[in-house]
Design a binder for this molecule. Structure first.
Ligand SMILES: [Zn+2]
Length: 486
């Protein structure tokens, strides 16, 4: 170990609470499913950070960004209209883990922790005899905030330590490399493989893998940097955090510059997708994966490239930030090559996975069981989904398959969109035009009421989400620069 490793490790452990995620105690209890270990599927949930649905090949993107995900979609079911619960990592991933909306689970930003009593997908699977493991390197889903709840192994540290990163030094101000300026998909894939090899033989496993690379900065490996843009000679860089100020306000007025930045983002998507493909191939070759593996591929949120005057994510709830890919594959149990048009949300994943393995529904989950959609036996009894981000003074939205209303919680400004003729949300209806719209007006009233109730309930439970903030002034400064802390 070199001195830099020592320094990183010491700095890292100083953050506190991390060690809790290294060896979460196993709370295995007997269940009705005990004894069925041989037939229950292993479950692999792969989340690609910052992957907007419309940059995925099987969702219609024109460039070959995602051959691996496209192949999985051919062998499974693709949800055409899948949405996250928020527009950045912390609340979104926690919503997928808890089947609750951000203000319900309470981890609306990086200063809060998940109350221990909240039911999680991993906790439920562990109760039903699963070995539960997670591999990631995004500090916004750290064990410090309770993301490790229910996991036997929650490895959010190895990649950061091995790459000699100072975990919260996102701006690289300490002179060390920042997590945003290196690629990590290869390391995530290799580490995931290592943990699969170590899974106990007598239990099915649940593995959660978060591939970080499409997240800004957009700095793909050399081979991928020009893959989607061979003719650019300008000066725009994919290192958006190096441009100063809040990266969420960066604009690229020149189309060639913007296209170049997007091509670098695409390069990172392709790199993550290729590493996913390599991981699946190696795992299959070692017989760690077989057809009795229930696979989910999705994202935590999308990314903006100035569609609504901003960049990166977290600050708004427009489609480019909340529409995510969702593919589920389980040969023989989920039909191959089907596309489901229903509007679904990441909070639906936990109840769906439990239902698919035959476990009883968990108390406290807010999402829907999608298995009737997967086997064609039913429809979804939900017309609307709700979205929320705590950043940018708070933004909330309600979406139906045809309509969407967004409320800026800071200013109280409400705007509506008829997605049937304005799918890119370029023509907001506000004021009198919104009040006069027969369908949007009641939806707007419902959103305002929901926000008021959710805010009251959230503030009543604030003490439960009290954090153990041990960030240094430099770490807080770095998170502020990214727009994650105000
Ligand atoms: Zn993210």
């Amino acid at each position: 170990m070199n001195p830099a490793d020592n320094l990183s490790r010491r700095d890292f452990l100083k953050l506190g609470g991390v060690a809790a995620g290294m060896l979460a105690t196993s709370g295995l209890v007997g269940s009705a499913l005990a004894g069925e270990n041989q037939t229950r599927p292993n479950i692999l949930m792969v989340m690609v950070d910052t992957l907007r649905a419309d940059h995925v090949g099987c969702y219609g993107y024109g460039s070959p960004t995602t051959p691996t995900i496209d192949a999985l979609a051919k062998e499974g079911m693709r949800f055409e209209n899948a949405f996250s619960a928020s527009s950045w990592t912390t609340p979104s991933v926690m919503s997928a883990f808890t089947s609750l909306l951000p203000r319900e689970h309470g981890v609306v930003d990086t200063t809060r922790t998940l109350p221990g009593k909240v039911t999680t997908l991993a906790g439920q699977l562990r109760q039903h005899g699963y070995h539960t493991c997670a591999v990631l390197c995004n500090p916004c889903a750290s064990a410090k905030m309770g993301f490790d709840s229910g996991f036997d192994v929650y490895d959010d540290f190895t990649i950061l330590l091995n790459t000699e990163l100072n975990v919260f030094d996102v701006m690289g101000e300490s002179g060390q490399r920042s997590i945003n300026t290196v690629t990590t998909s290869r390391e995530i894939a290799d580490l995931s493989l290592k943990y699969l090899r170590q899974s106990p033989d007598n239990k099915p496993w649940f593995m959660f893998v978060l591939l970080f690379d499409p997240h800004a900065d957009y700095v793909p490996p050399r081979r991928y940097a020009r893959m989607f843009d061979t003719g650019y000679h300008g000066k725009a860089s994919g290192q958006v955090y190096g441009l100063g100020g809040n990266c969420q306000t960066i604009q690229w007025p020149d189309k060639a510059d913007r296209d170049h930045v997007i091509s670098l983002y695409n390069g990172e998507i392709r790199y993550a997708d290729d590493e996913l493909g390599r991981f699946l191939q190696l795992a299959k070759a070692e017989k760690l994966l077989n057809d009795n593996t229930l696979m989910v591929v999705t994202a935590d949120h999308g990314e903006e490239f100035n569609e609504h005057g901003g960049s990166t994510h977290g600050h708004s709830l427009y489609e480019e930030l909340v529409r995510i890919p969702l593919v589920m594959r389980w040969p023989g149990r989920i039909p191959a090559g089907k596309v489901c048009p229903a509007q679904v949300q990441s909070i639906d994943l936990a109840p769906t996975l439990l239902s698919l393995i035959g476990a009883p529904a968990a108390q406290g989950f807010g999402g829907r069981d999608l298995s009737p959609l997967l086997n064609g036996s039913g429809t979804l009894d939900r017309e609307k989904i709700m979205l929320h981000t705590h950043l940018n003074q708070g933004v909330a939205a309600v979406r139906t398959p045809q309509l969407k209303v967004i409320e800026q919680l800071g200013s109280g400004e409400v705007s509506g969109f008829d997605l049937r003729n304005d799918p890119l949300e370029q023509e907001p209806l506000a004021g009198e035009a919104l009040r006069q719209h027969a369908q949007l007006a009641p939806l707007a009233a419902e959103l305002v009421k929901w926000n008021s109730e959710a805010a009251t309930a959230f503030s009543k439970r604030k003490a439960e989400h009290k954090a153990k903030p041990q960030l240094t002034a430099q770490q807080i400064k770095a998170l502020k620069a990214m727009g994650y802390v105000h």
